[in-house]
Design a protein around this ligand. Structure first.
Ligand SMILES: *Cc1c(COP(=O)(O)O)cnc(C)c1O
Length: 343
C-alpha cells in the first residue's frame, strides 16, 4: 500500500525538469539516499528510468566483462535473473544454487574460494522465497577473494538493516516499487568509489541507455541524460525526506514489528511458515497444494491481495508483504479471512 503523501505528490502536474529547481531536488535525493544507505559521500548514484531488472543489467554490464568470473547466488527467481543477465552479456559465471528452503552458509561459499571469483551477485532478500541471506558471510568471502560485492536490495532496503559501507558492499541496486513503496519505474544504482573508479569509469558500457558513467556525469549537475520518470523522482524525494526525518531505524523497526505481529498470529491459527531466515519485507506462508485457490478466494471474497508464487512453489506458497502503508488491523483482517477460508 502506498502512503497518502506519495499519492498526493503523484496527483500533481509534472514540472519541466531541465531546471535548477529539479537539479537541486535530485542532488538533495542523492545526499539523503547516501546517508540513509550508509555510504560515503564519495559514492555515486545513478537514477535510471527502468524497472529493477534494468538496474541489475546496468550494474552487471557496466562492471564486468568477458574476462571476469562472477559468482551468482541463486536461491530463487531473482538469483536466476542474475544468471540470465550474465548469459546475455557473455559474462562467465558460476552459480551457487540453493534448493528451496536451503539456508546459505559459509560452507557453501568456501567451495568457491581460490577460484578467481572477481564479483559476487546476490539478492540479499531473495523476494521469491523471502530468505534473507547473511551478508556478513558473503562479504567475508569477497574480502578473502578480492571480489566486488553487488547487492540487489530492492525489497530489503528500508525493511531490513542495511549499511552499505559497513557491510562491505560495493554496489547496491534499488527500485521504486518495493520497500520504497512508490510507483514502479525508477531504479537506482549506488556505487562506491572503488567500483566506480576501478571498473565503471574504465569500462565501455555495452548499453547506450544504461551507461552508468554517463548517468554519474549528469548527476554532477543533478540531471539525468534522458527524460526520467519525473513524477516518480518527485515521489522519491518526498519519501526520502520523510523517512530521513523519522529515522531509517524507526522505519525498519516498524516493518519488523508488522512482520513479527503477522508471523506470531499466523502460527497461532495453524499456518505454516518456513524456518529459514526471513526478511522483514515478506512472510511466505506454506499450503498443501491449494495456494492458488486461497489466493483467489482472498481476492474475490475479501478484497485482499497477497502475492502468489510461480514455478514449483505455485500451489505451495503465498507471500504476505509488510512493505508500505500497512497496519496491524490489516493483518487482523487478513488472518480472519484466512481462518474462514481454511475452515
Ligand atoms: C522485484 C524485484 C526485482 C525487480 O523486478 P522488476 O520487475 O524488474 O522491477 C529485482 N530483484 C528483487 C529482489 C526483487 O524483489
Amino acid at each position: 500500500m502506498m502512503y497518502p503523501e506519495t499519492l498526493s505528490v503523484s496527483g500533481e502536474q509534472l514540472p519541466y525538469f531541465r531546471t535548477d529547481e529539479f537539479s537541486s531536488l535530485m542532488k538533495e535525493s542523492e545526499v539523503l539516499l547516501k546517508e540513509m544507505i550508509g555510504t560515503s559521500s564519495k559514492s555515486k548514484v545513478a537514477f535510471l528510468t527502468a524497472s529493477g531488472t534494468g538496474a541489475m543489467e546496468a550494474a552487471i554490464s557496466n562492471v564486468f566483462t568477458s574476462k571476469d568470473h562472477v559468482l551468482v547466488i541463486n536461491g530463487g527467481s531473482f538469483g536466476k535473473r542474475f544468471e540470465e543477465i550474465c548469459e546475455c552479456h557473455s559474462i562467465p559465471y558460476d552459480s551457487l544454487i540453493l534448493e528451496y528452503g536451503e539456508v546459505l552458509s559459509s560452507e557453501h561459499l568456501e567451495k568457491f574460494d581460490g577460484m578467481g571469483i572477481t564479483g559476487v551477485l546476490v539478492n540479499i532478500d531473495e523476494t521469491s522465497t523471502g530468505q534473507l541471506y547473511d551478508v556478513g558471510i558473503i562479504s567475508d568471502f569477497c574480502k578473502r577473494n578480492g571480489s566486488f560485492l553487488i547487492v540487489d536490495a530492492i525489497s530489503s532496503f528500508l525493511a531490513d538493516e542495511y549499511m552499505m559501507d559497513r557491510m562491505g558492499i560495493d554496489l547496491t541496486i534499488l527500485s521504486s516499487q518495493k520497500a520504497l513503496s512508490l510507483s514502479p519505474g525508477i531504479s537506482i544504482v549506488v556505487m562506491n568509489a572503488r567500483i566506480f573508479d576501478e571498473r565503471i569509469s574504465n569500462n565501455k558500457s555495452p548499453i547506450y541507455y544504461l551507461d552508468l558513467s554517463n548517468h554519474v556525469r549528469n548527476m554532477e549537475r543533478g540531471q539525468t541524460p534522458f527524460t526520467p520518470a519525473v513524477g516518480i523522482l518527485l515521489e522519491l524525494n518526498e519519501m526520502l525526506k520523510r523517512v530521513h526525518d523519522e529515522g531509517v531505524n524507526v522505519k525498519v523497526s516498524r516493518t519488523r514489528e508488522l512482520a513479527f505481529y503477522f508471523r506470531e498470529k499466523a502460527l497461532e491459527i495453524g499456518l505454516k511458515i518456513p524456518d529459514y531466515p526471513l526478511s522483514n519485507a515478506v512472510t511466505p506462508v506454506l499450503f498443501d497444494g491449494n495456494a492458488q485457490e486461497v489466493y483467489h478466494k482472498l481476492r474475490d471474497s475479501y478484497g485482499i491481495t497477497v502475492t502468489p508464487s510461480g514455478g514449483d512453489l505455485k500451489e505451495r506458497m503465498l507471500r504476505v508483504g509488510h512493505l508500505g502503508n500497512l497496519t496491524q488491523e490489516d493483518y487482523d483482517h487478513l488472518l480472519n479471512a484466512l481462518k474462514e477460508i481454511l475452515k
